[in-house]
Ligand binder design. Structure first.
Ligand SMILES: *[C@@H]1O[C@H](CO)[C@@H](O)[C@H](O)[C@H]1NC(C)=O
Ligand SMILES: *[C@@H]1O[C@H](CO)[C@@H](O)[C@H](O)[C@H]1NC(C)=O
Ligand SMILES: *[C@@H]1O[C@H](CO)[C@@H](O)[C@H](O)[C@H]1NC(C)=O
Ligand SMILES: *[C@@H]1O[C@H](CO)[C@@H](O)[C@H](O)[C@H]1NC(C)=O
Ligand SMILES: *[C@@H]1O[C@H](CO)[C@@H](O)[C@H](O)[C@H]1NC(C)=O
Ligand SMILES: *[C@@H]1O[C@H](CO)[C@@H](O)[C@H](O)[C@H]1NC(C)=O
Length: 772
């Protein structure tokens, strides 16, 4: 039935090109409705209406008296509602009602443009009495009672007024019932009556007129002759008035009282509650018959189905209709705020409510209320949903729902702040998820493997992935900012620990380290030393880095290698590779590779005053039986021998070891001698053929920690010429070089002879500190 005409008057339209969708018009429940998009509104704007007497701007005062309502709705659009009974409405045309409205827009340039609208709506079937409680006025219109033809009334006025006057309205009289001065209680005292002429009433802000079949009274709220009334706990503003008018020569009277609920709405838990009494005592005579109530939004009624869908409720409680609207329900408007850094929302809705009844006077009264309801901002907890599916190895979480005035400015993970536009480049994904009802939420997806995802080893191959993120959101139009933190975690048993394989080469321990899949969690220890560049350099390790693994070669006697034992089979050492959980400092796993290295000669000084020595007599000519060698104490013989070598293992406090203190060192010296059993003892020293002496010794710091030290003899290659030359000196002293920076040398007198005990090369000043 909508029949709206957007009329181009004059040549306006041609000059003012208006983008589509800027204007909307509707015929709503008993009123015209015109909306101008917020996008179209200039710096200043106004409406003008055009009637028979000219074009007038719609001021606040005129709007209240003439039946116009202007408001900016929740979207910021400008809305004009005009009663079908408004001042400039043309009811002459039987096809419908028409109103000529001009929208005057003043642009920033200062230029004013006018846009004309001829609003046309089909003529409404009027109820005998219609009461409208608009936002800015109260209006009542009643069917003009016409007495039966021929009825003689009482003489109205002397002298009789001139016939020419239109409808004789000027001679009407209004009798207002008002409260006696300073009177509060309405019920107990008789009301005072005050009779006014139409002109006088008009001056007090009461618009009274007749439109052929109806009489209309309209006034703003808090008008001078109105009074407040409480009905069942609800404040009513009431204007009680009887209009006396003339029909031909008959004096007639009609009640044109109006009353509106002033209830502003309250919060009732999560609902807005608005109350209105079912019966308005000033408006009824005799008993009433309820003809039902309906509600709607923004001037349009809604079907029961929609009302139920949106969760609106209408309930009568003790004669009062209670309308409940859930906070945030469809039909209203949610606005975002930031309070103390927290997200908050307020909610507003333009309630429209209509109730109908019958009473003794009027066969049907229709009472409509337009009530904008709103709440103050209340903190809202934001829904944060964890949609992570562990198998997808990706965090997925949503934040929201948000009304359209909230947008995501950026997100912060650890110290990285990124705007949604660049997240993709960083391997994150942020989506705005729109819903059909205009709201949206944000979806953030971050793969577990992302560097910004924190990982924590929980033991037993479990690891915890953790994501901590701050969403920074922006509330338009004022640009307030708030931050919402989110943290999600997921535990998975997906850890592959580093794996070590080892084997021995001639001169090194070769270790292959597979990284596993959480190598940031582990520090690799070789012995007690962390595998770092410094260790690689100090220990002269060779390092080959491959994809997914690396190979380290730890040379013999190098840092990280531990002494286990020395025997004629060789030097038994190990390299222990441990995985240290960098977070807890605990060792998760240790791998030990044992290797035995062939050695010909070696001297080991253990920290506990113990010495192990292997000597080789192979170069001695003529060959001697190593079994016949002893230490200074001839009772201390070798523990083990083979063809040419002998192994001694003895306490430095025994076997004739000579102990002396020198500088800051404690020096122990002994000697390995050839002691053939069948030679007379006094002789062997001087017997040139059997003189064999190999000084050995150890040196410890006087105080301070003792460490194990290994000395290796530096043997010259044996040659024939060498042997023949030394033919006459069959005992060959193998020359040895000092290589410990002079520091480890032992030159001692033993039994009157000066011997150079530094037969061994010092290999390592602080080796094998890792012996367990
Ligand atoms: C009353 O209505 C008539 C037309 O219906 C109009 O000409 C007249 O100006 C109105 N009076 C007032 C006071 O608005
Ligand atoms: C809008 O839709 C979303 C998703 O369906 C829902 O969570 C939210 O509550 C709705 N909001 C309103 C105001 O209906
Ligand atoms: C994140 O967005 C907020 C709001 O726009 C802004 O104030 C802040 O500076 C942004 N942070 C960074 C690091 O860009
Ligand atoms: C989030 O913001 C809070 C408060 O500003 C701060 O304490 C916290 O460290 C931030 N978290 C992240 C992951 O940025
Ligand atoms: C999120 O989801 C994951 C996977 O379902 C779950 O393991 C975790 O406990 C959830 N909660 C939080 C707070 O991260
Ligand atoms: C040995 O220790 C003593 C006392 O602790 C100290 O005075 C002395 O200097 C130390 N000697 C050396 C060589 O470090």
């Amino acid at each position: 039935m909508l029949s709206i005409l957007f009329l181009c008057v004059l040549s306006m339209c041609a000059r003012n090109k208006v983008p589509a969708g800027m204007f909307r018009t509707e015929c709503q429940d008993q009123h015209f409705w015109l909306a101008i998009s917020s996008a179209f509104l200039g710096q200043m704007f106004r409406f003008e209406t055009e009637g028979r007497s000219g074009v007038y701007p719609v001021s606040d005062k005129r709007a209240a008296q003439c039946g116009y309502t202007m408001l900016l709705d929740s979207r910021g659009d400008l809305v004009l509602r005009a009663s079908y009974l408004a001042c400039d409405v043309d009811t002459e045309d039987h096809a419908g009602v028409q109103l000529m409205v001009w929208f005057v827009n003043k642009e920033t340039s200062g230029k004013e443009t006018s846009h004309p609208f001829l609003l046309t709506c089909p003529l409404q079937q009027w109820n005998p009495r219609e009461i409208v409680c608009e936002e800015n006025y109260m209006e009542v219109s009643v069917k003009k009672p016409i007495p039966p033809v021929g009825q003689k009334g009482q003489e109205w006025m002397t002298p009789p007024p001139k016939r020419s006057e239109q409808g004789g309205v000027k001679e009407w009289r209004m009798v207002f019932r008002v409260l006696p001065d300073a009177q509060k209680d309405v019920t107990s005292l008789p009301m005072k009556e005050q009779t006014l002429s139409l002109m006088e009433a008009e001056q007090l802000g009461y618009h009274i007129n007749s439109t052929g079949t109806r009489i209309v009274l309209r006034c703003g709220y808090s008008s001078p002759l109105s009074y407040l009334l409480q009905e069942k706990g609800v404040d009513l503003e009431t204007v009680s008035v009887t209009i006396f008018y003339r029909h031909q020569w008959t004096l007639l009277r009609v009640d044109a009282s109006v009353a509106c609920s002033l209830h502003k709405g309250t919060m009732d838990g999560t609902h807005i509650l608005w109350s209105i009494p079912q019966v308005f005592p000033p408006l009824v005579q005799g008993s009433i018959r309820d003809r039902g109530a309906r509600m709607g939004v923004g001037g349009s009624l809604l079907s029961d189905c929609v009302i139920q869908q949106r969760g609106y409720k209408m309930e009568v409680r003790a004669g009062v209709m209670e309308v409940r609207i859930p906070f945030g329900a469809d039909g209203g408007y949610v606005k975002s705020h930031v309070m103390d850094g927290q997200y908050a929302q307020s909610y507003s809705i333009d309630l429209y409510y209509v109730q109908q009844w019958e009473d003794a006077q009027w066969t049907l009264t229709r009472h409509c209320s337009f009530r904008p309801l709103w709440t103050s901002p209340r903190p809202r907890t934001l829904g944060l949903f964890n949609l992570t599916v562990p198998e997808e190895r990706e965090f997925s979480l949503t934040l929201g729902v948000f009304p359209p005035d909230v947008s995501l400015a950026n997100i912060t993970i650890l110290t990285h702040t990124v705007t949604p536009a660049v997240t993709e480049e960083l391997g994150l994904r942020v989506f705005q998820v729109p819903f059909t009802n205009g709201t949206h939420s944000y979806l953030l997806q971050v793969p577990f493997s992302h560097p910004l995802v924190f990982q924590k080893y929980l033991g037993k191959m479990y690891r915890r992935y953790m994501l901590e993120v701050n969403f920074t959101l922006l509330v338009s139009p004022h640009g307030q900012v708030f931050t919402h933190p989110a943290s999600v975690a997921c535990d998975l048993q997906d850890v592959v620990l580093p794996k070590v394989e080892g084997h021995c080469t001639d001169k090194a321990v070769r270790l292959t380290l597979h990284r596993g899949n959480m190598d940031t969690q582990w520090a690799i220890l070789f012995g007690n030393h962390r595998l770092e560049q410094q260790l690689v350099e100090l220990g002269r390790y060779s390092l080959e880095v491959e994809d997914g693994y690396f190979v380290v070669e730890v040379p013999l006697y190098s840092l990280g290698m531990a002494y286990e034992d020395l025997s004629l089979q060789g030097l038994l050492t190990n390299v222990a590779v441990s995985m240290l959980d960098v977070e807890t400092g605990t060792v998760e796993q240790t791998f030990v590779q044992h290797c035995t290295f062939q050695v010909r000669e070696l001297m080991v000084c253990l920290p506990n005053n113990w010495m192990v020595v292997v000597v080789d007599t192979a170069r001695v000519v003529p060959p001697l039986d190593p079994w016949d060698t002893t230490l200074l104490d001839p009772m201390c013989g070798p523990k083990e021998t083979d063809h040419t070598r002998a192994l001694f293992s003895f306490s430095l406090d025994s076997c004739g070891t000579i102990k002396s203190v020198e500088d800051d060192g404690l020096v122990y010296v002994n000697e390995i001698r050839y002691m053939p059993q069948y030679l007379p003892i006094p002789q062997y020293f001087f017997h040139p053929f059997y003189y064999y002496s190999q000084p050995v010794g150890c040196r410890y710091p006087l105080n301070g920690t003792r460490t194990l030290a290994i000395y290796q003899s530096h043997l010259l290659p044996r040659s024939r010429t060498h042997r023949s030359h030394k033919g006459q000196h069959p005992i060959v002293r193998v020359p040895c070089e000092v290589s410990c920076g002079g520091d480890g040398g032992f030159t001692r007198r033993i039994e009157g002879r000066e011997v150079n005990a530094v037969a061994m090369r010092c290999l390592w000043m602080k080796p094998f500190s890792d012996i367990n």
